[in-house]
Design a protein around this ligand. Structure first.
Ligand SMILES: [Zn+2]
Ligand SMILES: [Zn+2]
Length: 433
C-alpha cells in the first residue's frame, strides 16, 4: 500500500481484470486501493468476492463487514461489456452474489455497502434482491457542505436531471444535491432498509472549527436531519484526535447518538468539569471566537473554501479579530491560574494553543487585506512551524498531521501570483446615429 507505485505487481493475468479507462488497463494513479475492476467479467467479480468470504470465515467476531469498491472516482471500466450497466448496477450484482454466500458462512454478519463517489447515482436495472437483508446501506456524502446542516433546503443546487455519462460524474455542490442521492437510493434498499450516515466532520474540516465552522452547533442538527431522513445513526470518518480545542462536538455526537441530546446546561457542566472554577472565561472565549468566524459560500467548492478562507473576511474584520485574540492571551492566562489539577491545566493549555493557532490564521487574513502577501506567506509558514514544534504538547487531543494537511497549502497559495478578478467590460453606450 502506501504511496508507492504498484504497477509492477500487475501480471498480464491480473491486468485484464482491472478497469479499462481511457483505453488503458492500468492501476489508477499506480495504486490498487483506488483502482476499479472490469466488473462485467465474472472472474473479476469472483476474485473480488472470494477474499471477502475467506475473511468472514476467519473473523466470525465481525458484526458488520464493509465491502467498498475503489476509493477513486471517475475511474470505472469503460469496456464495451461493462458499459452495458452502470457502475452501481455492477455493485448491486456483486452484492446480490455475496449476500447469500456470506449468510451461509456467518448468518448474523452484515455487509455494509455505500453510496459514495462512483456509486452516488443508484443502479438503474439491477435490483438488490429482497432476501439480501444482511445488507446495510451507508450514505457517505463526502462532498457535503459543513456551513449548513445536512437537510438544509437552500444549500446548493439540485442534481442534474440526467445521469452523467460514464466517468464524468461531478460532485453536487452543497447539501441539496447530496441528499437527493439518498432519496434516489432509498426505495432500492433491501430488507428493512437499514442504513446509516458516514460523515466527515472530523476528517478535514474540524481543523478550522471556530474559524470557518461551528461543529458543536452544526452536529445536533445534522443528526436530527439524518434521523428524519431515515438514517439509523452515524459513523464518524476522521481522526480519533479531534478534541481540539474542546471535546464538545464529540460529546454532542456521543450523546445525540445515544438519544440524549445536549442542552445548554449540560454544556455548561462540560465546561465546569473540563476547565474548573474559571470555566466561564473559557465559555466566553469560545463564544467570542464563534461570533467572529467567517461563513464561506459553497461556490468555490469544499476544498477551496479552507484554502482561501480569508477571501470571505474583510480588512476591518481581520484586524479587529487579530486584536481581540491578542487581548485574550492575558484573559486565558489569568483564568488558567485557577486550574487545580493536571486535567484543568491541560484544558487551559489547549485553549491557549488554539488561541495562538487562530491568531496565526487571522494574521494571515489581516496581511492579505493589507496587500502584504509576502508577509501573509511568512505568517503561514510560521504557523506550520508552530504546529510542528508544539505537536508533543497537544498530540493526544489534536491530529497535527491533519491540521498540517490543511494549513500547509496556505504558504503555497500565497506564493502564487495573485490572479486579478476578470473585469467585465461595461456595455458600450448606445451610439447616436
Ligand atoms: Zn470492463
Ligand atoms: Zn451549504
Amino acid at each position: 500500500m502506501g504511496g508507492a507505485n504498484q504497477e509492477d505487481e500487475l501480471t498480464e493475468e491480473t491486468r485484464r481484470l482491472i478497469a479499462q479507462v481511457g483505453g488503458k488497463r492500468e492501476l489508477w494513479h499506480g495504486r490498487g486501493v483506488v483502482t476499479e475492476l472490469c466488473n462485467s467479467k465474472p472472474e473479476a467479480r469472483e476474485r473480488f468476492i472470494r477474499p471477502i468470504l475467506e475473511y468472514a470465515e476467519r473473523h466470525p467476531e465481525v458484526d458488520a463487514l464493509h465491502v467498498w469498491l475503489s476509493d477513486g472516482s471517475n475511474n470505472t471500466c469503460e469496456c464495451e461489456d461493462c458499459r452495458r450497466l452502470t457502475h452501481s448496477d455492477w455493485y448491486a450484482t456483486i452484492l446480490n452474489d455475496l449476500s447469500p454466500r456470506l449468510r451461509q458462512i456467518s448468518p448474523n454478519m452484515r455487509v455494509v455497502f455505500l453510496c459514495y463517489l462512483n456509486t452516488l447515482w443508484p443502479p438503474e436495472e439491477v435490483r438488490l434482491a429482497p432476501g439480501c437483508d444482511n445488507l446495510v446501506f451507508m450514505f457517505a456524502p463526502s462532498g457535503r457542505c459543513y456551513q449548513h446542516r445536512l437537510g438544509a433546503p437552500d444549500c446548493g443546487q439540485p442534481l442534474p436531471p440526467e445521469r452523467p455519462p460514464v466517468n464524468q460524474v461531478t460532485m453536487p455542490q452543497g447539501n441539496v444535491g447530496n441528499m437527493a442521492f439518498l432519496q434516489r437510493w432509498r426505495p432500492l434498499l433491501p430488507g428493512d432498509g437499514d442504513s446509516f450516515l458516514f460523515d466527515y466532520h472530523f476528517c478535514w474540516d474540524w481543523v478550522l472549527d471556530h474559524i470557518i465552522y461551528d461543529f458543536a452547533e452544526l452536529l445536533p442538527g445534522d443528526l436530527e436531519d439524518a434521523a428524519a431522513l431515515g438514517l439509523g445513526g452515524m459513523m464518524c470518518c476522521g481522526t480519533q484526535r479531534c478534541f481540539y480545542p474542546l471535546s464538545l462536538p464529540m460529546l454532542r455526537v456521543a450523546r445525540s447518538l445515544a438519544g440524549r441530546p445536549c442542552d445548554e446546561e449540560q454544556e455548561r457542566e462540560y465546561f465546569r468539569i473540563a476547565m474548573g472554577a474559571e470555566w466561564e472565561r473559557a465559555w466566553d472565549f469560545i463564544q467570542g471566537v464563534d461570533e467572529r468566524r467567517v461563513h464561506p459560500e459553497w461556490k468555490q467548492g469544499r476544498w477551496e473554501a479552507p484554502r482561501l478562507w480569508w477571501e470571505w473576511t474583510t480588512a476591518e474584520h481581520a484586524a479587529a479579530t487579530v486584536a481581540w485574540l491578542d487581548q485574550q492571551k492575558a484573559v486565558l492566562e489569568e483564568a488558567g491560574q485557577s486550574a487545580e489539577n493536571d486535567r484543568e491545566r491541560q484544558a487551559w493549555a489547549l485553549l491557549q494553543h488554539f488561541r495562538e493557532f487562530a491568531g496565526f490564521a487571522w494574521r494571515v487574513a489581516d496581511a492579505v487585506h493589507r496587500g502584504e502577501r509576502d508577509s501573509a506567506r511568512q505568517i503561514a509558514e510560521e504557523m506550520v512551524v508552530f504546529l510542528l514544534r508544539t505537536e508533543p504538547e497537544v498530540h493526544r487531543f489534536a491530529d497535527t498531521g491533519l491540521q498540517l494537511s490543511v494549513v500547509k497549502r496556505w504558504p503555497e497559495v500565497l506564493a502564487e501570483e495573485q490572479v486579478e478578478p476578470a473585469v467585465e467590460t461595461p456595455p458600450l453606450p448606445p451610439q447616436e446615429a
